[in-house]
Design a protein around this ligand. Sequence first.
Ligand code: TPP
Ligand code: MG
Length: 739
Amino acid sequence: MTKSTRTTPDVALPARVAPVVELLGDANKAKGPADARRPGGRSAAYRGIDRAELVEDFRLACTSRALDDRAITLQRQSRAYFEIAGAGHEALGLAMARSLRPGYDWFFPYYRDQALVLGLGVTPRDILLQAVGSSEDSSSGGRQMPAHWGNKALNIVSQSSCTGSQCLPAVGCAEASSYIARRNLQGCAAHGDELTFVSLGEGATSEGEFWESLNTMCRLRLPVVCLVEDNGWAISVQASDQAPAPISELVQGFRGLAIHKVDGTDYFACRSLAAEAAARVRAGEGPCLIHAMVTRPYSHSSQDTQSKYRTFNDLEEEATRDPIVRLERELTEAGVLTGSEAAEIRKSVGDLVTAIGRDVLQAPRPDPTTVTHHVVALPAIPERAPTGRSSAHGPDEGSTQSVGMGEAIRRVLFEQMKADERIRVFGEDVADAGEDIIAFVEGKGGVFGTTHGLQREFGIARCYNTPLAEANIIGRGIGQALRGLRPCAEIQFFDYIWPAMQQIQSEAATTRWRSEGQFTVPLVIRVAIGGYLTGGAIWHSQSGESIFTHIPGLIVVMPSRSSDAAGLLRTAFRCEDPVLFLEHKHLLRQKYARDPLTPADYMVPLGRAARVRSGDDLTIVTWGATVQKSLEAAAQIAADGMSVEVIDLRSLIPWDKEAVASSVARTSRLLVVHEDVLTSGFGAEVAAWAGEACFSDLDAPISRVGATDTFVAYEPTLERAILPQTSGIAAAARALLAY
Ligand SMILES: Cc1ncc(C[n+]2csc(CCOP(=O)(O)OP(=O)(O)O)c2C)c(N)n1
Ligand SMILES: [Mg+2]
């Protein structure tokens, strides 16, 4: 959703159905037992449901509609900056909430779920505090638009605006339930029969991630209730233009999925279906999908005017199916409420919401100096040794065994998984082999062998293959991380990370900030990256780390040798935030990247560079595969009688500005070298920063060496021409030294 001000009021609409503008009393949910038999002979229950519950849900439905009306008014008065209503979805949401357990089950709701979250215990005040962007908005402190739910105590996970991107984290969350329930894990709690609720509109079911989530919830028989709220519209696009058939028909081929269709304006039908579906899911019988038909009496949002694309007759017909009108009619006809009692409830709720609307205008607004709070929280890593290549290597003094970078990573995965059962490793091909034949075969363990033996040692629950779907891998990792696990997801090749981009950028990286630190995503994403492969071509050679260093909330590291990889991986598992751990394919087995094994307590702090060669005349700042090439260039230049210092950043976000500044203060010349394409590479960031911070120390312009602004070609001479080579680095260094 984009934010904008409503410019055109809804005109030519039929009188809005049930715009509840007046009412009184406490709109919080009554939890009391049914009154036995009321004066006048009214029974305590109707259709098997406690009368007090029915009255309370009618009250909450009216509250939700009144909140919509109040939010529209606030937005029109420019006291709220966006508005999106839950109108038409009230009966469904409240009926569902009755079968769900706040603070016990887990919730990934949609923005239309205002009534549902009221039913779970979010207060009307919480909702209007978010509308006006108050710092007291408990879900985001004024950072998120209205209707972006999030409540730690109730297990309502902070919500992004991306339609459909909640589905895969919901699957990961459900996956975590059974894993946690079987173990005693620090900081993780599960009951064993909790379910994960996820909802979305019929429009959002067009997103690929929704289908990826169905795949896994069915294959793993996960305890998920997936609610599709079909109001017939995705902004101005009709459901019939989205898909060839209604969603309950489209999903018929998913084995193990219980599929239900219900009239979502019929409170009683929704209640009995919700009870049945939730009970089945809780009993471990697998996921269900509920396709609920609802209405959308108000425009999509404050930015939209639905009379532009819906006819008067359409809206008038839809108004006859309004869920609140329908509920009121049934309750009054059944004698659960009298007409005047219903009117009194409407009035009391309207008065209450009006009063809250006035009150939130006085609530404090966020302090602008706090905008950089809750981006990431770096772990405190004990300082084992000062920076400098020899000490920064941190080899195990007792160890004589030297290992390559890939083997060091594999061993640290073993060591960390042994020490911490919260760690699970998953991705494409990461497991060894089928459980039934693993005793007879060597096992795969990743296309580079980096996860070889993990499944054999720790079992399939801790090292497992995923579908060939990168969003699925990362989204499920996010859901598990939200539950306190320490998932370690592998993306097989950096070149194929893009389907996961929405999960990385919009979910993993934003979660801490958007929830003001209430939810975090401690997810380690290991990615094989880089070229110099001779034959790797475009889709097995890309760099591109700068695209990720541009995302606040994401930690990015890229070791160039064995001991750094080991130390950074241990550190990554101690992060409460997502870490992109970039493993350069060319370095995995290089002799020059080998080091003695490091001890289990050896960690490399984030944002700490290594000086890999000392020098006085020029500083080269680099990382990844160009560290070795820069060292070779420095060695060539040493023959000319000049000394070049080489700094390996190792960690890109955060990066070691201090190390760069102190080196440049001595050498007065700076060359930044990286394998990624030159334009907008991370070197541009280093150079821009140093140009400002080190200006008075510099005796020459800052120079950069990177790949040509092309892709990486297959044929070796082309590849050599595209990627930075030692000779090019030496030439750039000599030019700077001669300046
Ligand atoms: C990934 C993504 N694409 C586009 C949008 C803009 N957008 C917001 S809501 C919406 C329509 C959603 O329709 P539906 O899922 O049916 O939900 P409804 O609004 O009808 O409840 C669109 C296109 C978005 N928020 N996220
Ligand atoms: Mg819709």
